[in-house]
Design a protein around this ligand. Structure first.
Ligand SMILES: Nc1ncnc2c1ncn2[C@@H]1O[C@H](COP(=O)(O)OP(=O)(O)OP(=O)(O)O)[C@@H](O)[C@H]1O
Ligand SMILES: [Mg+2]
Length: 208
């Protein structure tokens, strides 16, 4: 049983997840609500090393299956070290990407399919789902244009068709879990995106 609140932020490259995270944390600080933030892949020393391998060591070959398994290895560690203890302590946990990203990127983008991702989800966190997932949706090209990365990472180096599959898989997830996953039009201004996200969070707090 967890007593905290688990909120995840999802969406494609440059959709505005990290920007939104900052708006949400200042809103929580104003209300003196205790929270932690984390990100995936990452959030612990081991998981940050996995992140480095997956995103930045592009000379190292990684098969789609290995990528998926490493994502879940990092996630298992982040859950054990960071997410579960914070939830048990009653905190709000804000996570920049979580398992929906595996469905979108490895299931959709890498074409591994959702069944394989669901099997790993059932092993790693059969008992835990986010209370709320904010999905920042926008055309992939818009997100990529926002980021002026001169050194694109392994995933950012993918082609347009890959990002289209990522977006489609995210929207499919949202269609399957409309109670949990709230789609936010990420082409709106930063302010509008933030106020829409906070509306969803307020609703969640009222329902708890
Ligand atoms: N609603 C918005 N409208 C226009 N630009 C935005 C909006 N939200 C964020 N940005 C800008 O877009 C860029 C990418 O934003 P951000 O880093 O928050 O995206 P992200 O989803 O975290 O990206 P990544 O996938 O790399 O983690 C930043 O320069 C940010 O200032
Ligand atoms: Mg980010």
């Amino acid at each position: 049983m967890t007593t905290g609140t688990f909120i995840t932020l999802e969406g494609g490259e440059g959709a505005g997840k990290t920007t939104l995270l900052l708006h949400i944390t200042s809103w929580l600080i104003q209300r003196q609500i205790k929270f932690i933030t984390t990100r995936e892949p990452g959030g612990t020393r081991l998981a940050e090393q996995v992140r480095n391998i997956l995103l930045h060591q592009q000379e190292l070959p990684v098969t789609p299956q290995a990528e998926l398994l490493l994502m879940f290895a990092a996630r298992a560690q982040n859950l054990a070290e960071t997410i579960r203890p914070a939830l048990a302590a009653g905190r709000v946990v804000l996570c920049d990407r979580f398992t929906d990203a595996s469905f979108a990127y490895q299931g959709g983008g890498r074409k591994l399919g959702s069944a394989m991702v669901a099997q790993l989800e059932a092993v790693v966190h059969p008992d835990l789902q986010p209370d709320l997932t904010l999905l920042l949706d926008l055309p992939a090209a818009t997100g990529m244009a926002r980021k002026h990365a001169d050194q694109p990472d392994r995933i950012e180096s993918e082609q347009a068709a890959f990002f289209q599959r990522v977006r489609d898989a995210y929207l499919q997830r949202a269609a399957e879990a409309p109670g949990r996953i709230k789609i936010i039009n990420a082409e709106q201004t930063e302010k509008k995106v933030a106020s829409s996200a906070i509306e969803h969070i307020e609703k969640l707090f009222k329902s708890k």
